[in-house]
Design a protein around this ligand. Sequence first.
Ligand SMILES: Cc1cc2nc3c(=O)[nH]c(=O)nc-3n(C[C@H](O)[C@H](O)[C@H](O)COP(=O)(O)OP(=O)(O)OC[C@H]3O[C@@H](n4cnc5c(N)ncnc54)[C@H](O)[C@@H]3O)c2cc1C
Length: 374
Amino acid sequence: MKLIERGPAIEEKDAFRCYADTESEVKVLRAICLGGSTTVSAGNGVRCLETELREAGIDLKQEFEAAERELGVSVLPDALFGEGTKRIMEAAESLGFKMEKTPKFIDADRCKPDGRCVFGCPEGAKWTALRFVQEARREGAEIITNTTVDEVVVKSGEVKGVRCGDRVFSDDTVVLSAGALDTPLLLEKLGLPTTSKSLFVDTFITIGGVLKGVGLSREVTMNCYVKMKEFMLAPHFSKHLVEALAMRGIKVSHADILGIMVKIKDEGRGVVNGGKGVSKGVTGRDAARLSEGASIAGSILETAGVEPGTFVATPLRGAHPGGTARIGSAVDRNLATEVDGLYVVDASVLPAAPGAPPILTIVALAKYLSKRLS
Ligand SMILES: Cc1cc2nc3c(=O)[nH]c(=O)nc-3n(C[C@H](O)[C@H](O)[C@H](O)COP(=O)(O)OP(=O)(O)OC[C@H]3O[C@@H](n4cnc5c(N)ncnc54)[C@H](O)[C@@H]3O)c2cc1C
């Protein structure tokens, strides 16, 4: 078996070097390296889209259980909750919002909170897909990095392998996992159907302001959350908040910021367009969800002690690109395309914007596919 990755092999602590953001009205975040965007994740391990997938004929109960076990998903002990997170939890609860501790794939014994989860954990405490890569290598897989799959080779309706530049890797089974921005392009080159005009990204902003010395910037990020029907809120620091305050003449350090991320289930109206990149904006419904979330986040932050008059917001971003090769359109319930031997398993196949962390669901889908291939 071969695993072909466009980016380099890296140490987990260096993942921040591999961010490859795509500019659009909503900037799309991802990492290009072995292990993909899991290397820069916040370590949130939440089941999502379980009902939607069941309705599409895919029951992931066993696969979710196996994924949670293998990734070591659990909430972190109280000692790993910092002052900023606790203040947000208390304020939210005093306003009647139910804050839950976030299930994390972070090893509590190795975690030394430093706010670096999304840059690559220096302690190796956070699970990343590099662990699966190492396991595959031990089982005899060949790992080929810095190599881009340019096209899938198909003859008489059957997959024959992939072409990377002038090299062809032959095989009668190919699983595409290039992510929602690249997988549809490889399918479209074959003339296969995609949903590349239905991109979602779980659009988010972070609202924040000044609370001197609170120290959220060095805590485990998003360690608790409020789940609403169409959006979620979680404690979050962003350097964009410091920059926005500086633009207003308010100079503060990272440690002086308390912030909350507002992440919505956005409408799948973005477009992935090979030569022209990605076009992803905000619809009227998205804007309503963002503003409802921002208003609640503002109330929580004010109750938590943020100085009135210091509120700022980050630019629009999205870190969960998906939905561009959906189940039911590009692949069937076995994650198979119309070409014999060609499968897809990544965020492209997700049937709807999760508005929640999708890694656990993608891992469960990968386990589901591997059962069908073995
Ligand atoms: C900052 C950040 C924080 C996040 N935090 C969380 C979290 O806490 N929990 C959670 O569940 N989710 C989180 N996510 C989202 C999660 O990381 C992604 O949804 C998930 O990794 C998507 O998986 P994927 O396989 O679709 O794509 P990716 O993880 O992006 O993997 C695709 C891989 O394919 C490679 N590739 C692309 N094109 C080619 C090609 N032509 N040839 C060869 N290789 C190619 C890419 O380099 C990449 O390595 C976060 C994302 C970001 C950016």
